[in-house]
Design a protein around this ligand. Structure first.
Ligand SMILES: [Mg+2]
Length: 291
């Protein structure tokens, strides 16, 4: 893998001045105490498009589990009471009702049926169903729908903010100004990605992003997903070398193995991330080192 990445990087470096708006590579390498033991990071000119993972890369790994999930859990009863009549809420509740019915039939512990009325009983049973499904780390449609609605309301009311690391807005602005398109590829839905960047704790970053991909494009650990993204991007942008920042080495491996497009993965090491173990990819702790 190391040889393969090195070969790809060498190929990518050749003729690196040809991209519109990309300035020539500069000698601005990561200087960390253990820099000698690591590959230097990529620099401008080696790539002409950027793809960013979110959790553990632009944003603390714990945000979804420590902020979004508890928010949904705590808010669900009040949210349902306040928004019960809304069509999109009823659509999510209908999906949850179906799921609850199935689970009651299957004698799933804790499962309760969700009545259509009276309203108080329906709200209570829907809340209990949401809590039970969240305890089971369920990804069922009704739950995801309702969580999405609550998070959207939370962001819009200012109760939620999408946290991004300090260096992220600066880097995204830099790429935007240098006409290097920036895309997001995250397992969170495109809708959730957009909310996070629109309501980030550094202001609205959404206008600086050029596109979003989620797992409907394919799993993040499949090489073919990266070819699919490259193909999609090629429709609108004359780019061929993708810088891909992720905290997940398996995703970096998958991107490096893309067959029809050139991907240059870097592995993000951020506060709170899990240990990655040894891998052949450049390590990035601050996006400034990529500019
Ligand atoms: Mg990640």
């Amino acid at each position: 893998m190391a040889a393969r990445v090195a070969a790809k990087r060498a190929a990518a470096s050749a003729g690196s001045n040809g991209s519109a708006g990309v300035r020539a590579p500069v000698a601005k390498r990561a200087r960390t105490s253990d820099a000698e033991t690591r590959l230097p990071t990529l620099t401008a000119g080696e790539y002409d498009a950027v793809v960013l993972d979110i959790e553990g890369t632009t944003t603390p790994l714990t945000f979804v589990h420590d902020t979004l999930f508890p928010y949904a859990r705590q808010r669900v009863a009040a949210y349902l009471r306040e928004n019960w009549e809304k069509e999109e809420v009823q659509s999510a509740v209908a999906a949850l009702r179906q799921q609850a019915e199935k689970d009651v039939e299957a004698k799933t512990p804790g499962a309760v049926a969700v009545p259509t009325e009276p309203r108080d009983a329906a709200v209570d049973a829907t809340t209990a169903t949401v809590h039970r499904l969240m305890d089971a780390d369920s990804k069922t449609t009704g739950l995801k729908q309702l969580q999405g609605l609550m998070w959207e309301a939370g962001y819009k009311s200012g109760q939620l903010r999408g946290p991004v690391f300090d260096d992220v807005p600066k880097a995204i602005k830099h790429w935007h100004e240098h006409k290097i398109p920036v895309f997001i590829y995250s397992s969170g839905s495109v809708h959730a990605q957009k909310l996070l960047f629109r309501f980030s704790d550094r202001g609205d970053l959404l206008p600086l992003l050029d596109g979003h991909f989620d797992t409907t494009t394919g799993p993040k650990v499949d090489a073919s997903s990266y070819d699919a993204i490259a193909q999609h991007v090629a429709g609108s942008w004359p780019v061929s070398r993708f810088l891909f920042a992720t905290d997940n080495v398996r995703e970096a491996d998958a991107a490096a193995a893309a067959k029809e497009s050139t991907w240059l993965p870097v592995v993000a090491e951020r506060p709170g991330n899990k240990e990655t173990g040894s891998h052949p990819f450049p390590v990035v702790r601050d996006f400034q080192t990529l500019l």
